[in-house]
Design a protein around this ligand. Structure first.
Ligand SMILES: C[S@@+](CC[C@H](N)C(=O)[O-])C[C@H]1O[C@@H](n2cnc3c(N)ncnc32)[C@H](O)[C@@H]1O
Length: 349
């Protein structure tokens, strides 16, 4: 029996099925608490804690809200700022996790949700249509992760067209998410924090990183990686090779200036390298890529034909000589298989 198995047996004998949570907590203790700080750039809560409901799909641990709320309150106290009117706003409150935490800390809380009958707070509040008629020092924003868990028509009521979990596609989701992020940032008070909890997803076989695609706003304060526990997908078995998602992120933005809003967002696009030239595209990789597209082999005449209108060829009347020279200069990559016929030195998938 190896050491690991022996340790599991001993722990199981002493603590029963709880042994796993104990080990998980011990394993992350060092990362979660460093230099005397309780909130670091890595958080993990194997034990969910009390508040909200673990039955509400996609709920978050109250310990996440607790960690950020405590940090913001402590920071305010450190700088001797008044916290008597401190307000926490959760605009997509789900099972009401934030309310329990705010009550525990004795701070004012405002909760909204599109759900007409939420666990607490104001129902029927639509982030895409309704105004935020409040302001807050901390906004804890935990939106649906695109369509991973559907809320309307599943967790509550009938399908709702403005439910962020029912967007027509991922781009539509990001556009709507950005709209809500802007709306929430505007409703922050000066020195307030917008803490957004989001995850990466795999939807219809495509990987998307919400935190990287969503807009960034205000002054970035921290990017926190959170370990995920007890996900529905944990118990499924998959045959295809892929990298399972076991983390999510809490991104924190601060409002330093009530009138000037710094922002940035991700630009996406496509570049057809057979039509566009750029500094990083060499003849070597251009020819190699064209040959990959052809299945790994090519005749000189095909390369001439496919590249004659490329900007590199248009700028060089001797482009055919350039192609031949490139093949010659990289004989190891382009293996000559006949007169004017070449193959790549690796198999193309
Ligand atoms: C991930 S859950 C929040 C879970 C919550 N943090 C908890 O611990 O229970 C997301 C919530 O967003 C709500 N929602 C979706 N679209 C919305 C919209 N357009 N306006 C307001 N709330 C919306 C859903 O009803 C759902 O309750």
């Amino acid at each position: 029996m190896d050491k690991m198995e022996k340790a599991i047996q001993l722990l199981r004998a002493e603590f029963g099925e709880e042994w796993q949570k104990i080990v998980q907590s011990l394993g992350v203790q060092d990362l979660c608490s460093r230099c005397g700080k309780e909130l670091t750039s890595f958080i993990a809560y194997p034990e969910r804690g009390e508040g909200g409901s673990s039955k509400w799909r996609g709920n978050c641990s109250p310990k996440v809200v607790e960690a950020i709320l405590k940090y913001v309150l402590d920071t305010k106290k450190y700088y001797r700022q008044d916290t008597s009117h401190f307000t926490l706003l959760d605009p997509m409150s789900g099972s009401g996790t934030s309310k329990t935490v705010a009550d525990r800390f004795g701070v004012n809380s405002i909760l909204y949700d599109l759900n007409p009958t939420p666990a607490c707070g104001m129902g029927n509040w639509n982030a895409l249509k309704n105004d935020v008629n409040d302001s807050a020092d901390l906004i804890f924003f935990h939106p649906p992760y695109h369509d991973i868990i559907k809320y309307s028509g599943n967790m509550w009521g009938k399908p709702h067209e403005d439910d962020l979990s029912r967007c027509i596609n991922y781009n539509d989701f990001i556009e709507k998410l950005n709209f809500v992020i802007k709306k929430l940032y505007i409703s922050l008070r000066k020195d307030g924090r917008l803490a957004i909890l989001v995850g990466d997803i795999r939807s219809n076989g495509e990987f998307h990183s919400i935190q990287s695609d969503m807009m960034k706003i205000g002054t970035p304060e921290s990017f926190i990686v959170k370990g995920q526990y007890s996900c529905t997908s944990d118990s499924r078995r998959y045959n295809k090779p892929f990298i399972p998602i076991v983390t999510e992120y809490m991104v924190i933005f601060r409002k330093d200036n009530p009138l000037i809003i710094p922002f940035s967002w991700t630009r996406t696009g496509e570049c057809d390298i057979t039509k566009r030239d750029c500094q990083t595209l060499t003849w070597y990789h251009l020819i190699r890529s064209v040959m990959e597209q052809l299945g790994g082999t090519a005749e000189l005449s095909q390369l001439y034909q496919m590249l004659e209108n490329h900007p590199k060829a248009r700028a060089n009347i001797h482009y055919k000589e350039r192609i031949r020279a490139t093949l010659y200069e990289h004989k190891d990559t382009y293996i000559q298989t006949g007169n004017g016929q070449y193959r790549l030195n690796y198999t193309v998938v």
